[in-house]
Design a binder for this molecule. Structure first.
Ligand code: G6P
Length: 608
């Protein structure tokens, strides 16, 4: 994970780098550091803990440094201490920051030790600093040294490099970890994510796998993995500055929950004509691929995996073809049997999740085609997939995914409809479902009005240590997502079960200290679910039920119900997700946890 940012300018860059780190903290916040080049010397400051700890000490760095690199860490090799924090240096003159994992760092470290290098940290990164220095000793230039060094590196990296002898130059390289070049006027930048640089530029170059960049205040030279000079196009950032700021909201997560009505519009925008979906939105070869699709394999991690699980219900019932869903970290290492009529759908808000990306690379030659459903247009997953559908949710900063998830669901339902067309879904039915999708912003607005009632409900959870979430059918993955949200940000142990499984184990856990949440729309599964809820009541468990109009679950001692407005059955998973997002948010606020940056987690998991 980790976030890196770098700048080469004619003005002091410390504050620019610091603001960049604040915006990258979602990628990790175990430690932070910065190195600045000033008057032929490199000065470095590192602190364990959050970026604020670095900010508090910033006066210790020379204020006039105009070239610099900075880093916020999510520890992989070595504890989150100051000595393991980046930037790492070789001698007094060379400093680097790194995001990724150098898999062959051990033999490299042994080789470098035999050359007399002394290692000050436990990180894999430090080998890159010493390797560069070792290569520089052969008399080559810094850019040549970087070109040679990366041929010796195995694993994933995004690197930023500065050297005291060349204070007007910032070098960068990427393979397997994201890195953008921010193009300014008389100054240029690098960062793990465009968001970091929005205060200084809205123009970006996306480096491709194996690219190296040599950057000065006025020039950006890019070399591909063969070392050949190449041009990379410049694109404009599409979302406004406000997307990366909290505004009136106390937390990014709450802001992002409230953005969902707007996001629902954006996923549909430009993709509907006369009530029908435009399949060109999926890519130039989409029609041909969808014509030949006879089965679907979905691969994803975390919250995105839950979106995939919901899509399976839609695809199998509306399209009538088999759909498998699996977490990428398992899928990539299994002897998966795939056929040439399989559409592989990878789901990822970031488009950089290491396991999902690896799964795509592993099987893409063995399937009909790959479709990425993703929120980041220039991401690796999008670039490496044949088809792509952007979810257009805008930047999501809160580590717990909310709007990215619901936008994925809309994209998946749209994809389901496109596939269902081939299997006889008639035009009128498609139009009717599209109409329901277009009504989602209003529906979500009305669901957000439940906020106060959900906040009241959350009081019953704040002192608890465990909870159970139940659902049936396509609401079972919604229960899983509700449980994941609660555990991520409130640290309350939360487990989800398909309600019918209750009596096969989890019922043993139920007592008055185990609140049980049920997502129970008024559908054909409700009667079954009600029996399951009786089993909980009979054991003294306290129930919190989100349900639909016209059902007969009553508020009574030990049962709290909240009624949702009427929802089309296909959209129930989307609708019932919203109050569960609010529930976990309010419980976390009551518990006083770090809502946007929960402990031990990161937004974008670019390591295995
Ligand atoms: C991390 C994030 C989750 C996310 C998961 C998959 O765990 O904290 O919110 O669901 O990664 O990320 P992706 O970018 O592939 O959707």
């Amino acid at each position: 994970m980790c976030g890196i940012v770098g700048a080469v300018a004619t003005r002091p860059v410390a504050e620019i780098l610091l603001e960049g780190l604040r915006r990258l903290e979602y990628r990790g916040y175990d430690s932070a550091g910065m190195a600045l080049c000033s008057e032929g010397e490199i000065s470095r400051l590192r602190r364990a803990g959050k970026v604020q700890a670095l900010a508090d000490g910033l006066a210790e760095l020379p204020q006039q440094g105009t070239t610099g690199i900075a880093h916020t860490r999510w520890a992989t090799h070595g504890k989150p201490t100051e000595t393991n924090a980046h930037p790492h240096m070789s001698g007094e003159s060379l400093a680097i920051v790194h995001n990724g994992i150098i898999e062959n760092y051990e033999p490299l470290r042994e080789m470098l030790k035999s050359q007399g290098y002394i290692f000050g940290s436990e990180t894999d990164t430090e080998v890159v600093a010493h390797l560069l220095d070792h290569l520089l000793k052969t008399g080559i230039t810094l850019i040549e040294a970087l070109k040679q060094a990366i041929t010796q590196l195995e694993g994933a990296y995004a690197l930023g490099v500065i050297h005291a002898d060349q204070p007007d130059q910032l070098l960068a390289a990427r393979k397997g970890s994201p890195l953008v070049v921010g193009v300014g006027i008389g100054e240029n930048f690098i960062a793990s994510d465009q968001l970091a640089l929005l205060p200084v530029t809205d123009r970006f170059m996306f480096l491709e796998e194996g690219d190296i960049a040599q950057i000065t205040t006025t020039q950006i030279h890019i070399f591909d993995r063969q070392g050949t000079p190449v041009e990379r196009s410049i694109s404009q950032f599409e979302h406004g500055q406000a997307a990366a700021e909290k505004g009136e909201f106390k937390h990014f997560m709450l802001k992002e929950i409230y953005e969902q009505p707007e996001v629902m519009k954006r996923v549909l925008e430009g993709r509907i004509s006369n009530g029908h979906l435009l399949e060109q939105a999926w890519g130039v070869t989409a029609s041909d691929v969808f014509d030949r699709t006879e089965r679907v394999q979905i691969v994803a991690c975390g919250t995105s995996y839950h979106a995939g699980m919901i899509a399976r219900y839609w695809i199998e019932s509306l399209v009538g073809i088999p759909c498998q869903v699996e977490v990428a970290s398992e899928f990539r290492y299994r002897d998966v049997v795939l056929s040439k009529d399989t559409l592989l759908i990878t789901l990822s808000q970031s488009g950089e999740t290491a396991d999902t990306l690896a799964a795509l690379r592993e099987v893409k030659e063995r399937v009909l085609a790959s479709l990425a459903i993703c929120n980041v247009p220039g991401s690796s997953l999008v670039r490496e997939s044949e088809l792509a559908l952007m979810t257009n949710a805008g930047p999501e900063i809160g580590v717990a995914s909310t709007k990215a998830f619901t936008s994925q669901l809309v994209a998946l339902l749209m994809t389901t409809l496109i596939l269902a067309r081939r299997k006889g879904l008639d035009g009128a039915k498609e139009q009717q479902i599209v109409k329901e999708l277009q009504a989602l912003p209003a529906l979500i607005d009305s669901l957000l009005e439940m906020d106060t009632a959900v906040a009241k409900m959350s009081e019953a959870f704040a002192e608890k240590h465990h909870s159970l979430f139940l659902g049936r059918g396509s609401l079972y993955p919604v229960a899983m997502e509700g449980a994941l949200k609660l555990k991520e940000i409130s640290y309350i142990h939360a487990e989800a079960y398909p309600a019918g499984e209750l009596k096969h184990g989890p019922l043993a856990l139920v007592d008055k200290d185990m609140p049980v949440v049920a997502v129970a729309p008024n559908n054909e599964m409700l009667d079954k679910l009600k029996s399951n809820l009786q089993e909980v009541r009979a054991r003294g468990g306290e129930l919190f039920v989100f349900t639909g109009c016209g059902q007969s679950i009553q508020n009574e001692q030990g049962v709290t119900t909240l009624t949702l407005p009427p929802v089309h059955p296909l959209l129930e998973p989307l609708a019932y997700t919203i109050p569960l997002q609010l529930l976990s948010y309010h419980v976390a606020v009551l518990k006083g946890t770090d809502v946007d940056q929960p402990r031990n987690l990161a937004k974008s998991v670019t390591v295995e």
